[in-house]
Structures are given as structure tokens and as C-alpha cells.
Design a protein around this ligand. Structure first.
Ligand SMILES: NC(=O)c1ccc[n+]([C@@H]2O[C@H](COP(=O)([O-])OP(=O)(O)OC[C@H]3O[C@@H](n4cnc5c(N)ncnc54)[C@H](OP(=O)(O)O)[C@@H]3O)[C@@H](O)[C@H]2O)c1
Length: 279
């Protein structure tokens, strides 16, 4: 099968795991001309299965039966059960089907139950480097997002069809890649949680920080992290940093010190007084 024939020949989709990512990808696939023929989840009558099947005009199905008439099978279950889902779909796969999972933390090895038995199907990974909080919001965010792809060229072609920018990560770098993704999203959220707590202790709402946060992120991507860094650590202003540490609650100090040390590293500072203060 060549890339140019993808949209014509791989037009039917089985969705296994109709949660946030699976529904987002299925919505994007439908918008690109695909037909979702079956939806499977924890059980054929699970609420998420019935909702997604109704939305896509697909049949609610068991996991094993879902791929019966599908050219493309999306396994979008929680990471811990991708292997179980792969084992369940194996016997029912069409010859030449393309089976994808969406996890950033594992590669093709979790699809080993399929690879061991079905040499007539193709396996891949499509990990959108995007946060998909719901099907609808996620679907709108897929176009323009970068996506880590593994597998035959059809996986990258599919990503491009959905308006995403595919890139590859060496298997030996997968954990580092996924760590970077978690830092970029989850740790940023945790950091903004700290902003909310410290600001509210000063009577200032989180909303007041939105223009500052957005401008800072714009600066990072326009100038690079090093040039975007401003503030007392980058200036070596030990007195101000000491006053901050004295002012914030005890249980906020550890994170403040760790991030201030990160800022100091980025600024290339090695002043002793600052290092001593940050521990
Ligand atoms: N959400 C994101 O931002 C995002 C971004 C990139 C990649 N991903 C990847 O996408 C995959 C799914 O993540 P998610 O955030 O979409 O999770 P999620 O919202 O929890 O959805 C998981 C879906 O799988 C179903 N499910 C649970 N156990 C199952 C089983 N044993 N067999 C079949 N279906 C089962 C769930 O059923 P119920 O509805 O009944 O719970 C739910 O529909 C993961 O590999 C994740 O790493 C997610």
C-alpha cells in the first residue's frame, strides 16, 4: 500500500478506548473523510462506548470484534492496558490493517501480542504532542500539533492528513522524550498551581497573571529560554530572592528554590551567595 492510496483504501476505523484522545482522533479522522465503523471499550454497553458509537453512527462492540471491518484500528486505552487490548484485537484484524496506539511512553513493544501472530498487519504509534482534555477540544487542537510517529510511512502520512507535523524519536530516547512532554505540560500546570496559591495568599487572582504567562511563553519560543529569562535570579539579586523565600509559605519554598536554581543554571550564574541561598 502506498501513501497516496491511504485515504481511499484505509477509510474504515475501529476505535478501542473512546476516551479523550481516542474520541479526539476519531473526530479528526471523520472530518478527514474516514468512517468509524465500531467503538469498543471496557464493555460493549459502557457509557463511553454508547456515547461515542452514537456520535459516529458506529456499532458498539467488544474489543475482539471491533476490528472486523476496519482498515485502521486505534487503540486509545490507558497505557497500562494497551497490551491487553492488542491481544484482544489480534484474531479479528483484517489482513493489511494498520493498528496504532497513542501512548508517548511506549513504542511498538506493547503491540507484541499482535506482531507475534499477525505478520499480515502493520503496527505503529501516533502520539500527539498535545493535551487533549476532551474529544471536541482535543480534535480542534490536533491540527497544527506535532506528533511522534513510529512504524511504516503510512503513520506519518495519516498524521499529515490530520494536519499534524510528524516527527520520529529513537526508541532509546523515548523515555526522555516523554519526560520532556510531561515537563512541558504537567509540570507547567503544577507550576501555575503554585502561582495560584502564592498569589491568592497576597489577595491577587490567578487571572491577573494570564497576560504575563502568555507573554513569557511567547518570549521563550521567539527568543529561546535563555534570552527570555528576566527577574531577580538572572540579575543576581540575592536580597530579593531571600525576601521571597521569607515571605512564601514553608511548603512552597522547596519548589521555589528548585525552580530558582533552574533559572540560575539557565542564566549561567555561579555567584556563591545565590547558590548558598538556593541550597
Ligand atoms: N489525553 C491526552 O491529552 C493524551 C495526549 C496524547 C496521548 N494520549 C494517550 O492516549 C491514550 C488514552 O489516553 P486518554 O487520556 O484518552 O485516556 P482516557 O480519557 O481515560 O480514555 C481511555 C479510554 O479507554 C477505555 N478503557 C479503559 N480500560 C479499558 C480496557 N481494558 N479495554 C478497553 N477500553 C478501556 C476507557 O473507558 P471508560 O470511558 O469506561 O473509562 C476510556 O474510554 C493513552 O495511551 C495516552 O497516553 C493522551
Amino acid at each position: 500500500m502506498n501513501q497516496s492510496s491511504l485515504s481511499q483504501s484505509q477509510s474504515t476505523v475501529a476505535l478501542v478506548g473512546p476516551g479523550r484522545a481516542g474520541t479526539a482522533i476519531a473526530i479528526a479522522l471523520v472530518a478527514a473523510g474516514y468512517e468509524v465503523t465500531a467503538v469498543a471499550g471496557r464493555a460493549p454497553d459502557a457509557p463511553s462506548v454508547l456515547v461515542a458509537a452514537g456520535r459516529f453512527g458506529a456499532r458498539p462492540s467488544s474489543v475482539g470484534e471491533a476490528p472486523r471491518d476496519a482498515d485502521l484500528v486505534i487503540l486509545a486505552t490507558p497505557d497500562a492496558v494497551i497490551g491487553d487490548a492488542a491481544a484482544s484485537v489480534t484474531a479479528g484484524l483484517r489482513a493489511d490493517a494498520l493498528v496504532l496506539h497513542c501512548s508517548g511512553s511506549s513504542g511498538l513493544e506493547v503491540l507484541a501480542p499482535i506482531a507475534a501472530i499477525r505478520r499480515d498487519v502493520r503496527l505503529g504509534v501516533l502520539h500527539p504532542l498535545q493535551t487533549l482534555p476532551s474529544g471536541d477540544v482535543g480534535a480542534a487542537r490536533l491540527a497544527g500539533a506535532w506528533v511522534a510517529v513510529t512504524g511504516p510511512p503510512e503513520v506519518a502520512a495519516l498524521a499529515e492528513q490530520l494536519g499534524m507535523h510528524p516527527f520520529t524519536v529513537l526508541e532509546e530516547h523515548r523515555d526522555r522524550y516523554h519526560a520532556a512532554a510531561c515537563i512541558a505540560s504537567n509540570h507547567l500546570v503544577a507550576l501555575l498551581g503554585q502561582v495560584e496559591r502564592v498569589a491568592s495568599s497576597a489577595g491577587v487572582p490567578l487571572a491577573a497573571f494570564e497576560p504575563l504567562v502568555r507573554a513569557t511563553i511567547d518570549n521563550v519560543f521567539a527568543l529561546g529560554p535563555e534570552a527570555a529569562l528576566t527577574g531577580p535570579v538572572s540579575r543576581g539579586d540575592v536580597g530579593t530572592v531571600a525576601r521571597h523565600l521569607a515571605a512564601v509559605a514553608l511548603d512552597e519554598q522547596h519548589a521555589y528554590r528548585a525552580l530558582a536554581a533552574g533559572a540560575s543554571r539557565l542564566a549561567g550564574r555561579d555567584d556563591d551567595a545565590m547558590q548558598e541561598l538556593l541550597g
